[in-house]
Design a protein. Structure first.
Length: 242
């Protein structure tokens, strides 16, 4: 993709977010765009940076860490602005260290052990790692994420950890859900966030909505939408190993 095309696609996604926010009576600036750059190279990220994008999402630990280093090198060579990196993929406990050391956010905390390790491994000279709890809103046994009924207890435990800051919740609803249920999982996640705030936790972030359903997510209160293919194009079918 040329820089021009990428710039136009980013702009179009921005317009979709703005339109959905306006229709929902929300300030357009209340929704942040996370550009999901998994499987795309550092060049594509640099093009997006040139078009004004600053926050990027990665799913695979090794690929993400390599890309962060490449962008940092390009950044100091070309005077690019600092970027914000979000880890959004499934996280195994033996892979937490590089994530704690290199990322700014983790969206996929689904059990206390992962959050504890991230907390222990977060270097003291970096800002607290910003955490979201991933919730399995569809209740599918095969999918990752904490069960809705366990979110409050997990959130309270995570909020007590040092060097990390609990910011809110994330979900990846079943993309094959029927049209009349497009918004239900997003509504459920927003209700859970309200429950956490009612219980005294100060959380402000709902990471929900992707290329195909960001309008539904924004209508239900998303504060971060994670968009990959609508920006960078279709991904190659096979993902690299984590
Ligand atoms: C790949 C991915 C996205 C982006 O998906 P698109 O449909 O390409 O926008 C968002 N969130 C997560 C967790 C992903 O793995």
């Amino acid at each position: 993709m040329t820089s021009k095309e990428l710039q136009q696609r980013l702009f179009a996604v921005g317009q979709r977010i703005e339109g959905a926010a306006t229709r929902a009576g929300r300030a357009p600036g209340s929704v942040r765009l996370l550009a999901v750059s998994k499987t795309f190279g550092a060049e594509a990220v640099a093009q997006a940076v040139a078009a004004g994008q600053r926050a990027f999402g990665e799913n695979y630990v090794q690929e993400g860490v390599e890309k962060i280093a490449e962008l940092a090198a390009m950044g100091s060579a070309q005077g690019l602005p600092g970027l914000e990196w979000h880890f959004i993929g499934p996280l195994q406990s033996n892979k937490t260290r590089p994530v704690a050391e290199h990322f700014d956010w983790v969206h996929s905390v689904d059990r206390l052990k992962i959050a504890q390790r991230l907390s222990e491994q977060r270097p003291a000279d970096l800002a607290p790692l910003q955490l979201l709890i991933q919730v399995n809103v569809d209740g599918e046994a095969t999918k990752s994420g904490c069960a809705p009924g366990e979110v409050l207890a997990l959130a309270q435990a995570v909020a007590a950890l040092p060097r990390v800051q609990l910011r809110g919740l994330m979900c990846i609803p079943d993309p094959a859900r029927p049209t009349e249920q497009r918004r239900a999982p997003f509504k459920a996640l927003a209700a859970l966030l309200a429950q956490l705030n009612a219980a005294g936790l100060a959380v402000d972030t709902l990471s929900m909505g992707m290329s195909d359903d960001l309008e539904d997510a924004v209508a239900e209160g998303a504060t971060i939408v994670r968009v990959g293919s609508a920006i960078f194009g279709a991904r190659a079918p096979k993902a690299p190993a984590a």
